[in-house]
Design a protein around this ligand. Structure first.
Ligand SMILES: [Fe+2]
Ligand SMILES: [Fe+2]
Ligand SMILES: [Fe+2]
Ligand SMILES: [Fe+2]
Length: 435
């Protein structure tokens, strides 16, 4: 039996106020939580932040009293939901540990979406972005080890590999080049729309988290790493949001926001292994079904169209979290050399023109070095080489991958070269033989 969200009533909006005690719940235990419970919690926080933020923007552009009353009431509900979800984070989970969780969301969510995305061009963009967040996970893992003495596996629990992706120093593009071609709302499936609304929320919240917390470390090299990666997350928001049809009306966007919330809570509820947290997803799914009813009525009244023509009549699965090692390795080995082009397409490194717009940006921001390269130099000085967790074949391919993925035209002065990696691997081999 299929689940049609438009036919469900959900919890009435006037029954959605909760006590402070029920809003600020007891956090999860960071040593016991399943890594994909944590990724769901991180994602749903991002979804709620976007729902709240969108409604404020809509309200600032709307002079219809009935709509403003709906927005005013549910802005507060979205905000209370955000508190409940985000404050499941325990106070002893460090910023870098949470950061590894954010990048695990980006890698495993984008990989799942890429394999469940009907639009080929959108899928290509997911694969492209995937290799960047994959590299962020590797760079931050070095700091998590050096700062808090943890293995990244304490967070990712062997579900996601820790090894370089497209090198972060090469993620700094001309933001005009990041712009992609938007989908056509009339001829695009609800799956593509929900995938993009979900991913934009996730990337935006990743950006916000780094913006709000990167400065809480005293170590200047860590601060600069956050500054560098935060800027890439800004590029990711810019890139993914540009795929959304800008001619969708406010009411259409409202409908899509509520539908996206419904679909994400539904998937979380289906997949959740923690009983207590599953009951939160169930409760919030019912809240969102209540919001969706109103959004549907407002859309149909103001646009004179059926809501079903936009969101279909079935639930969408946007966030099935599971290990994506095999898929990520495949994309990594075949697409590390891919770059964005001026004509909203993609090209291999060797085919880029000398005046490619992003070279200038990279020269400007990496002029004094790239902090995400520096971190590899720092960990190498401390323990002989970088921290890598992947299967033996992928590990053996490492220098070759770096060679293929690195832009030679705009190298940061402190770049760790493939020859450096080969030397580190050799030294490690000799060390093992002597043991
Ligand atoms: Fe919500
Ligand atoms: Fe990232
Ligand atoms: Fe990202
Ligand atoms: Fe909502």
């Amino acid at each position: 039996m299929t689940f049609n969200p438009l036919e469900e009533k959900g919890t009435p909006i006037d029954k959605q106020l909760r006590t402070w005690h029920d809003i600020a719940l007891i956090p999860f235990n960071k040593t016991e939580v399943d890594c994909y419970t944590r990724t769901r919690q991180i994602l749903m926080n991002g979804i709620e932040v976007e729902a709240w933020n969108f409604k404020h923007n809509f309200a600032r552009n709307c002079n219809d009293e009935e709509t403003n009353r709906f927005l005013a009431t549910t802005k507060r509900i979205e905000d209370m939901q955000q508190t409940t979800v985000n404050w499941l984070t325990p106070s002893d989970q460090s910023i870098l540990e949470t950061t590894l969780g954010y990048e695990q969301v980006a890698v495993d969510l984008t990989a799942w979406m890429a394999q469940n995305e009907p639009d080929k061009y959108v899928k290509e963009t997911f694969d492209f972005g995937l290799l960047e967040d994959f590299d962020h996970l590797y760079r931050y893992s070095q700091w998590a080890y050096m700062t808090h003495g943890i293995s990244p596996n304490d967070i990712v629990q062997n579900q996601t590999d820790i090894i370089l992706g497209r090198p972060t120093q090469n993620h700094h593009n001309c933001n005009k080049i990041r712009l992609r071609k938007p989908y056509d709302k009339e001829n695009t499936s609800p799956q593509t729309k929900v995938n993009l609304y979900t991913l934009v929320s996730a990337e935006q919240q990743t950006h916000n988290y780094y913006a709000e917390h990167g400065m809480e470390y005293g170590n200047q090299c860590i601060r600069e790493t956050y500054a560098e990666i935060k800027d890439v997350e800004e590029e990711h928001v810019n890139m993914y949001e540009s795929l959304i049809d800008p001619t969708e009306s406010w009411y259409e966007k409202l409908l899509l926001h509520e539908f996206t919330e419904v679909c994400n809570y539904y998937t979380c509820m289906e997949d959740e292994v923690d009983k207590r947290i599953k009951s939160i997803w169930e409760m919030f799914l019912d809240y969102e079904l209540g919001h969706l009813q109103f959004a549907k009525e407002l859309f149909e009244k103001h646009e004179n169209k059926e809501a079903q023509s936009v969101i279909g009549s079935e639930i969408i699965i946007p966030n099935r979290f599971k290990s994506q090692k095999e898929y990520v390795t495949k994309v990594l080995e075949s697409q590390i050399q891919k770059r964005l082009t001026n004509d909203k397409s993609y090209a291999n490194l060797d085919d880029l023109p000398d005046n490619w717009g992003s070279y200038k940006v990279q020269e400007a921001v990496n002029g004094e070095g790239s902090p995400t390269e520096n971190v590899i130099r720092i960990i190498t000085a401390a323990k002989g080489r970088d921290l890598v967790i992947a299967d033996e074949k992928l590990k053996a391919d490492y220098p070759k991958l770096l060679e293929k993925g690195l832009e030679n035209k705009s190298l940061a002065p402190d770049t760790v070269m493939p020859s450096d990696i080969k030397r580190m691997m050799k030294e490690e081999e000799i060390e093992h033989e002597c043991e």
